[in-house]
Design a protein around this ligand. Structure first.
Ligand code: C2E
Ligand code: MG
Ligand code: MG
Length: 612
């Protein structure tokens, strides 16, 4: 840092000197000496004049005679020291050698230095110069301090700005600019504390999750997903502006948002806001050149005084939201304490599932897959059932979803492949199946995405000693569009190993056909929901003819799911659908019964042969 004195002229830079002496010759000599040396000079012949000039001119140094009539030098010195404007000016006493001069007393009165008379020019100049340079040094120091001080202040200001910005970043959701979960929790805890003091002021939390958001994200890409979330945020903010009770609108992350309501008079008021939210979200979003429709599921929590921790309240909001999602899309539900029991039930279910696996309570049932023209069983779909010791046979819809959420599906899925391979091996060894018969098993997305899935499958095949063509894997559209690069590689390897692949429940996902086309899939299974409406009326066929055409164009086999009557069978045959399965033929049955069907004629194994 540089410090400049910045005086414009040299007098200013050298300084000014006030000469106080009652002897005019002394004043004259000193004044001449100092002027010649570029000092600005002021003169006073007594103490009173000296004080007045010092106040108005602020000299750099004062040369002050001690022995003066009226007011002596000491008294003048004392006065100058008491005045704020002059107290800092250094004073050099002038004293005659023969006069009684007490150096100690002089310094006690605040003298900076002294010169004895008769004075020598060099000495006077040296002492004056010394005081002037001290003065300049002090001024520089002062200026430096001021600059430092202002820099410190500037930095403090910048720091506090940065701190505010950081705080804002920490409390704001980057994508939507809404407050984030942390900010919401802060507000909620304030409101909760307030409620303890004013129990009449009610509050509530509206917690929502957008249904089907993940699918849109997976199929249309993250950019569209982001736009959608911003759109949702805007609509929720609008409700926040319109409704006084909405205190905070926040995004919790993903597709989860929350509204904090304060001063709510009753539950109806919160429900009205929940309805606003549902309606706002249900309006189509115009994104990426198309209209996107989503729904939301809402959990509501009434903020009563029993809540002391924000996380308990938010946990309950979460539970209620999931219940709303289960109940049916586009709904809200209030949290009720019985919902806790369900959460506990789920925990119990997790434990039970693990025990069931150890106790071999999972069984693979087999549903025939039939050649629709020859009415010949060409394979089976293995469908898992839980043979519960007390509750009887439990169907996958009651536990697969939970198994997927909890990760248990990985162990269960492995067990299913293992059982299928072992059953095939047994049937082969007993000579019960021809060389073409294959077994399909369902593979969930999580299972497919395991890094060692290839080795797992290979190990089960090798251990059972069966050929890879015996096994088919059924994958849903959803599982193959996540993590494309990995899935692509895995599917290709399966294909090379001669393990055939089917797309399950086709038509219910968001497949980009152009992408499916590039995958090595062997078969496409038309979802039951498209087959069910088929009657003998041509307009009942819906998009089934289209799906069959797509499959043929892509060189894939078509398997219709859920054929329940002869009319559906005939219609499908006419459309050129080669394969099918359904209750018309058989439900899924235990392994020994399934393989027994192979030895029977169609009129024997078809459950509803005589119908129609
Ligand atoms: P999915 O793979 O689409 O299996 C077909 C489901 O439709 C089976 O139900 C089957 O019993 C049923 N079904 C077959 N024909 C008819 C019919 O004519 N009418 C009707 N109404 N239903 C029919 P299930 O066995 O209850 O399985 C349901 C779903 O659970 C399966 O759908 C599959 O997604 C899943 N799942 C079953 N076993 C496994 C498994 O081992 N692993 C995995 N990851 N998922 C499985
Ligand atoms: Mg299936
Ligand atoms: Mg299916």
């Amino acid at each position: 840092m540089t410090v400049s004195f910045s005086p414009a002229d040299s007098k200013e830079s050298k300084g000014s000197v006030l000469i106080v002496d009652d002897t005019s010759i002394n004043r004259l000599v000193l004044s001449k000496l100092l002027s010649q040396n570029d000092y600005e000079v002021h003169q006073a012949e007594d103490g009173f004049a000296a004080i007045a000039i010092a106040k108005t001119h602020q000299p750099t140094v004062i040369l002050l005679d001690i022995m003066m009539p009226g007011m002596n030098g000491y008294e003048v010195c004392e006065q100058l020291r008491t005045e704020a404007t002059t107290s800092h000016i250094p004073i050099i006493f002038l004293s005659a050698l023969n006069a009684p001069f007490d150096k100690v007393q002089a310094f006690q009165h605040g003298a900076a230095d002294y010169v004895t008379k008769p004075f020598q020019a060099v000495e006077v100049l040296a002492r004056v110069r010394h005081q002037v340079s001290l003065y300049h040094a002090q001024r520089a120091q002062k200026q430096l301090n001021e600059e430092l001080e202002s820099r410190v202040q500037e930095r403090t200001h910048l720091l506090s700005l940065a701190h505010d910005q950081l705080l804002e970043i920490a409390l704001t959701d980057r994508l939507t600019r809404l407050p984030n979960r942390l900010a919401f929790v802060k507000q909620l805890s304030k409101v909760m504390a307030q409620a303890q003091i004013k129990p009449d002021e009610h509050f509530a939390v509206v917690f929502l999750d957008c249904d089907r958001f993940k699918r849109i994200n997976d199929s249309l890409g993250h950019r569209v997903g982001d736009q959608l979330l911003k759109g949702v945020a805007r609509r929720l903010s609008k409700i926040g502006q319109d409704r006084l009770a909405v205190h905070t609108v926040a995004r919790f992350g993903g597709d989860e948002f929350a509204l904090l309501l304060t001063k709510v008079s009753d539950r109806e008021m919160a429900e009205a806001i929940a309805n606003d939210v549902l309606q706002a979200i249900a309006q189509p979003f115009a994104l990426a050149g198309r209209e996107i429709v989503i729904n939301a599921s809402i959990g509501l929590v009434w903020g009563d005084l029993s809540y002391v921790a924000t996380e308990h309240l938010l946990r309950d909001a979460d539970v209620a939201m999931y219940r709303a999602k289960d109940a049916s899309g586009s709904a809200y539900l209030w949290f009720e304490s019985v919902m806790h029991n369900r959460a506990v039930d789920l925990l119990q279910l997790e434990t039970d599932l693990r025990l069931a696996l150890e106790r071999h309570e999972f069984k693979l049932y087999y549903q025939p897959i039939v050649d629709l023209y020859q009415l010949k069983i060409v394979g089976f779909e293995g469908l898992v059932r839980w043979q519960h010791p007390t509750r009887g046979l439990i169907f996958p819809n009651d536990f697969i979803g939970f198994a997927e959420d909890s990760g248990f599906i990985l162990q269960l899925g492995a067990e299913v492949i293992k059982m299928a391979c072992q059953d095939i091996a047994q049937w082969e060894q007993a000579g019960l199946i021809d060389s073409e018969l294959s077994v399909s098993v369902n593979m969930s997305a999580k299972q497919l995405l395991q890094p060692d899935i290839l080795t797992q499958v290979q190990t089960f095949l090798t251990e059972a000693g069966i050929d890879a063509h015996r096994l088919r894997l059924e994958l849903t559209e959803r599982s193959i569009i996540t993590n494309r690069a990995f899935v692509d590689e895995v599917l290709r390897t399966f294909q090379q190993q001669n393990i055939r692949l089917s797309i399950d429940d086709f038509g219910t996902g968001y497949s980009a056909l152009s992408y499916l086309h590039t995958l090595p899939m062997n078969a496409l299974k038309i979802d039951r929901s498209f087959v069910q409406p088929i009657t003998d009326q041509p307009n009942s066929l819906g998009i089934v003819p289209l799906i069959i055409n797509i499959a043929k164009t892509m060189n894939m086999q078509v398997i219709a799911e859920g054929i329940e009557n002869m009319t559906q069978l005939k219609q499908l045959q006419q459309l050129g659908c080669e394969y099918g399965q359904g209750f018309l033929f058989q439900k899924a049955v235990p392994a020994d019964q399934a393989v027994a069907l192979l030895t029977q004629a169609p009129n024997e194994w078809m459950a509803h042969w005589a119908d129609d």
